[in-house]
Design a binder for this molecule. Sequence first.
Ligand SMILES: *Cc1c(COP(=O)(O)O)cnc(C)c1O
Length: 782
Amino acid sequence: MDKNVFIEKFTGKLPKDIKAATPQQLHSALGETVMELFADKWNESRQQHLSKRRAAYLSMEFLVGRAVYNNLLVLGIYDDVEKAFSELELDLSSLEEIEDAALGNGGLGRLAACFLDSAATLGLPLDGYGIRYKYGLFKQSIVDGFQREDIDDWTRYGDPWSVRCDEDTVLIEYSGQTVKAVPYDMPVFGFRTENVGTLRLWQAEPVKEFDFDLFNKQNYLEASKEKIFAEDISRVLYPNDDTDDGKKLRLKQQYFFSCASLMDIIKKHKARYGTLDNLADCISVQLNDTHPVISIPELIRQLVDNEGYTFEAALAMAKKIFNYTNHTVMQEALEKWRTDLVEELLPRIYAIIIQINEALIADMYAAGVEKDKINRIKIIKKDLIHMADMACYASSHINGVAEIHTQILKDSVLADWFSLYPERFRNETNGITQRRWIALCNKELSALITELLGNDDWINDLDKLKELSKFADDENVLRRFIDIKQDKKQQLADFIKTHDDITVSPDSVFDIQIKRLHEYKRQLLNAFSILWIYYGIKDGSIQNFKPTAFIFGAKSAPGYRRAKAIIKFINEIGRVVSSDPDTRDLIKVVFVQNYNVSYAEKLVAGTDISEQISTAGTEASGTGNMKLMLNGAVTLGTYDGANIEIVQEAGEENNYIFGARVEDLEKIVPDYDSRKIFAEDAMVRKVVSSLIDGTVSDGGSGDFRELYMALLDGASWHAPDHYYLLGDLRDYVETKLRCIYDYSGDRISFAKKQWLNMCNAGKFSSDRTIADYAENIWGICR
Ligand SMILES: *Cc1c(COP(=O)(O)O)cnc(C)c1O
């Protein structure tokens, strides 16, 4: 890039008084400039992708985060732009105010974003399709220890990284409503390649903006109704789906982007080849969880109703084109749609689902499958449509996201399907992109790596970090690593001060748990451990405790009562430990507000101890665990998800593993009695009783008592303590204390463990994951 050309273009888009430009104005001008400079490159790549077998990643969520810094980095113009800014006496860091595009909830959406980054970098023809929500994931603040939610109007100041493509608008039909789907395209720049991927996000708009007839008749509300109802479809990410109304809107969203994306794929294919007979030779579609599975009957609908194929031929094509990724073993997350709802909203799709179901039954019957099994796997059971069963029947590949997760799918969740089609099952352990998750967010550590390796090829090949293992006993290198970690902790502490007005000392151990708030992720277990340490310090059973900051970042679903109660409980514990002179200098509890991708970038770089403590068998993979490992944190965790593979790579001796494993729980759970542990272990009793003994207050809501009862008595829908907190608590605290004492006892030995985690993070690059999908699932190449 020519810096002078850049400056000329850039300043041409700024107000005359450059120094008075707001961060939003700077961001728009910068975004527009970069988009212009790289438009040709993007266009060439679009043509390239269409000219060969390609893959489409359909996902209801893409948690891309803040685009600007990442785009500058991967385009290789970060330093030039930074220099240009300082020549103009501007500060690139003022763009920290720019909001994230938070078009996803958590891991599943962030994975989709990492995958696009890796595919672009590997030169692969993969493009993403999703929804352009007007409001992304809510903004969270903490008031009085409680979560507050606010809307996230992320495009309020514009969206310079998207291009509206009116010419590719399509119409989506529901029973009684037709809307426009207008695509907005975001470029996905690869690192050190000419390849640029496209993330196409569909926005819902009315066919007719406004009804003047009605308006003239003084019926103002009626006149704008069509516009409002149409825009509702892409208005919010994941509306509450526990009411019937919400359910319908979510189904509309799923159909909206599935239908639009398939129309787009078919239109482009026909324009190039003039026929759809070879469609399955040219495209592979990945279904990210069950959310886009309605694509299966929709593709069949388009082929049969619009293109004259028979149902049988269309189903056969669908079976070749689609692949399904399962992301969870929780029954409540495997989507099931009520037949009457689907029939009411999408009658033709419902009719096709019935046909698919009949084809499934006929196939199974012909293959001699026993009646009971057919009844278990058929798509329509009672009055529910089981999306995972439809996906398994009509996909050529089915994958889990970590070794243990795929094994659980084969053994239980999808066991019937595995017995029928073992060849369809694959494991694809998740990954993260090292561009955003170290090169961008930890420039200091990246510089050290590059210096020691002699080049920065590792940004394209993360396995290269293994070579750095030879420095694990080099005290000079370890001291430099410690200094960098200290630096990142200082930066994080400064940010927490400005952002959350909480003071935390960078000289304390940083023990961090960042992820969505869920009972299975067990933030409550972490909270109990802090209280345990507090009581231990008070009664003298814990001595010489080293100052430790327990940092949390998590959003709770707005309607998830227990999760919200856990947030309040953590904040209450923070109040207790810091108002007690015996502990205020030893324990600090921090709950940061609005945990998102940009906050994650700061947190992962400043972590000493990574908390990955889900009940064994519940976390499909996790990817936060990988980000923290890559930045040199040790894992304090259970044998669950990708933690198992992390420990295999980095060594059990360099991590802190505790708790019951899946095979232990199989034996324990049938006659598990949390009350027995409660009765026999005085410290467990004291800690758990703090929920109701007046130590902390839930503001009179009764929510803490409800948590307490759930642990000891269960609830109508679950057994007591079904995530096994009390069973794992003692082992967890002992392991945690060993970890914190190891840190304070010998900083160099602890740094060696941290270093070796970083060196062995190569497997967890999403480049590895995507190369495998490309070769073994999609059959695409550069
Ligand atoms: C990586 C990431 C996640 C996923 O974290 P897990 O610990 O794997 O659940 C969630 N949210 C954000 C913002 C992330 O960056």
